[in-house]
Design a protein around this ligand. Structure first.
Ligand code: AHR
Length: 647
């Protein structure tokens, strides 16, 4: 971004009047205020952040993965390939699987290899995007089912068959064995495919066919797509909530997210139907979530089911959300132990049972889990209460150091909200997760929502919110609301926009923060607003620093925080109206002589919206010098973040 030195243009500097003026009233606010929420919705994991390029790598897709269109099966995203007059059979079998959690595998039976062979091609997630000269790590588990070693040609090639890279492996072992190879394509192609061709008569079984770019985020094996991960990292989130959302409680008891199914070697993990109507491989599992949090310096905030399924399971949202089911009481002890084991997995020593599994995965040091959420937007029924209390009491007794987060339904008010809060009061749950998706007008009318919250009650985690749109006006309404969150940062300890990621071709929920294709990313106006707030957080809030000429209007809001680590003073000024304004403040107690400030401004037409073709809404950064009294021209429809160095 272009940095311009602007002196006396955006910021008018007036001489310092009261060098030793008293600082304005202040209070400490949460150090974890703005973070992110990652849910595997909209292909956010497989086909998204998780860098695996092969779709249906374990041949586990099934018709039940999808709701309306039940056309998925073990061959989804795979094609049968015969070349050069060859013939043979391709099949899916399950007699002697690699692992019970991963029951299906592909077999290639080659009757006549002809001049070239018989095999399969994977078409990835709408094509495999490869770049010339980059390196890609291929791996496959194979089991020879005939007597003579079978040569397998592994290639990256175009839809029409042009070969970009190839190598050969020889399946020799009669038991499952992992084979690896590196492929470096000669050309860039967004719609390439991975092809495996058996080149001699015989039979071989294949499973967990994988292709990863070598350059994942921080070069982690089984890692994250670098560009998407970097965008999340750029937000400088203080925490990351994962893996959902409704994904966590699942639709039906069999579909709950069970963290133990998602750790260990990927070939041993148990993929399943995603509540958002696709398959989740869980290649991005709990270990990878913790590692990613550490890599982006965000505190992990896992959400475990409150032992009940979604109230809307089975489409019962049409009849009042009667689909909630509870884990049978006979299984609750084991379930609660699973939750306690999660804490040991994250924080236990490498010598403990679950800490050892973390260490075996490559992280002997604890991950430093501090927060744990129980439940997501669950209906507050007797079934829920009974189970929540059992989990809460047991976890709290065993791990009083963990900050537990309860849930208050899917809306900002109403029955589940009230019942959820009352229940939390009763149990003295220290944090409550509120969710709401509303119009921008609602957000603007409710910027003072937390001003009157009882400070003696639970603290708030605003786990999901969005203003139902990606225009600049939507983003500014959120910005205005976020000034209210900062003002109430003593009671609102965390907040995260939702959902975060959406694959353009597979979106179940709009709006989202970041849209992407296989090769590009599209930050929304909302993303930039989130970034401007979350990369400019403070731990002290100052009241009444900014005044607007003429007493201001409802369209004008502001907040001022100090980041004590850097000593920077950060002013956020929002104008959701069509009329520009003037903001003034006495900063003489913070800055004496001229100090450098960065001025980041996002503004434009309220209806402006980014697209993959045109990024019309983006912030601009300039520099200014600030002294004691300051005067700032606030553009119409804008958010300005002014970060002043005081040291
Ligand atoms: O963020 C999308 C969904 O909205 C979440 O899964 C759920 O918690 C909420 O209803």
């Amino acid at each position: 971004m272009k940095i311009r030195i602007l002196i006396f243009v955006l910021i008018a500097i007036v001489c310092t009047s009261t060098v030793n003026a008293a600082k304005p009233a202040s209070k400490r606010i949460s150090e974890d205020l703005f973070g992110v929420f990652f849910e595997d919705i909209n292909y956010a994991a497989d086909g998204g952040l998780y860098a695996e390029l092969v779709q249906n790598r374990s041949f586990e897709y099934s018709p039940s993965d999808r709701k309306e269109i039940k056309d998925w099966n073990s061959f989804t995203a795979w094609q049968y390939v015969t070349e050069g007059f060859a013939y043979g059979l391709v099949n899916v079998e399950s007699d002697a699987p690699l692992n019970a959690n991963n029951p299906h595998y592909l077999t290639l039976s080659i009757e006549d290899a002809g001049t070239s062979g018989v095999g399969v091609a994977n078409t990835g997630f709408d094509g495999i995007a490869i770049k010339a000269g980059e390196k890609y790590d291929f791996s496959v588990f194979a089991r020879l089912m005939s007597d003579i070693p079978l040569p397998l040609s592994v290639r990256l090639q175009s839809e029409k068959g042009e070969i970009y890279a190839q190598t050969e492996i020889s399946a020799r072992a009669k038991t499952w064995k992992k084979y690896t190879a590196m492929l470096s394509p000669s050309k860039t192609d967004d719609k390439a495919r991975l092809v495996i061709i058996a080149k001699a008569r015989g039979k071989v079984a294949l499973d967990v066919v994988s292709l990863f770019p070598e350059k994942t985020f921080k070069n982690r094996p089984n890692g994250m797509r670098a560009d998407l991960a970097q965008m999340i990292c750029d937000l400088k989130p203080k925490f990351m909530r994962f893996p959902g959302g409704c994904l966590v409680h699942g639709d039906g008891l069999g579909n709950m997210y069970r963290w133990k199914d998602t750790i260990g070697p990927v070939e041993q993990r148990k993929g399943q139907r995603n509540i958002w109507r696709y398959h989740q491989s869980v290649g991005l599992g709990y270990y990878e979530y913790f590692q990613f949090c550490e890599d982006i310096k965000a505190k992990p905030v896992p959400v475990v089911p409150a032992a009940v399924s979604c109230q809307n399971s089975g489409g019962t949202w049409r009849i009042g959300g009667t689909g909630q089911r509870g884990i049978p009481m006979a299984e609750m002890r084991a379930y609660i132990q699973d939750v306690i084991d999660l804490i040991e997995y994250a924080n236990g020593p490498a010598t403990s049972k679950w800490g050892a599994k973390r260490a075996a995965a490559g992280h002997p040091k604890p991950f430093g889990l501090e927060y744990l959420a129980i439940g997501n937007e669950d209906k507050i029924t007797p079934v829920f209460r009974e189970r929540f209390k059992m989990i809460y009491d047991a976890v709290h007794a065993k791990h009083p150091e963990i900050k537990l987060i309860g849930t208050a339904g899917p809306f900002h008010s109403g029955e589940d909200f009230d019942l959820g809060w009352n229940f939390a009061d009763q149990l003295k749950v220290p944090f409550i997760d509120e969710h709401y998706y509303e119009t921008p007008e609602w957000f603007l009318a409710n910027t003072a929502r937390y001003d009157s919250y009882d400070r003696a009650k639970a603290k708030i985690y605003l786990g999901e919110y969005a203003s139902k749109g990606n225009t600049l006006f939507n983003a500014l309404a959120e910005a205005s609301y976020m000034t209210g969150l900062e003002r109430n940062g003593d009671v609102v300890t965390m907040a995260s926009y939702a959902p975060m990621l959406a694959n353009k071709e597979h979106t179940q929920w709009n709006p989202d923060l970041i849209y992407f294709t296989n090769t590009t990313t599209m930050p929304t106006a909302n993303y930039f607003v989130q970034k401007m707030f979350s990369s400019n957080q403070g731990d002290i809030y100052y009241s009444d620093v900014v005044k607007f000429d003429g007493g201001g209007s409802k369209a004008l809001t502001s907040s001022v925080v100090e980041d004590t680590a850097s000593g920077d003073l950060i002013l956020k000024i929002v104008n959701t109206g069509a009329v520009s304004s003037v903001a003034r403040g006495d900063l003489s107690s913070f800055v004496g002589a001229g100090k450098k400030a960065s001025v980041e401004v996002i503004s434009g037409e309220p209806t402006a919206k980014n697209s993959f073709d045109e990024m019309v809404v983006q912030p601009k950064v300039s520099e200014a010098l600030i002294t004691g009294d300051f005067v700032y021209s606030v553009p119409a429809y804008s958010l300005s973040v002014i970060r002043v160095k005081t040291r």
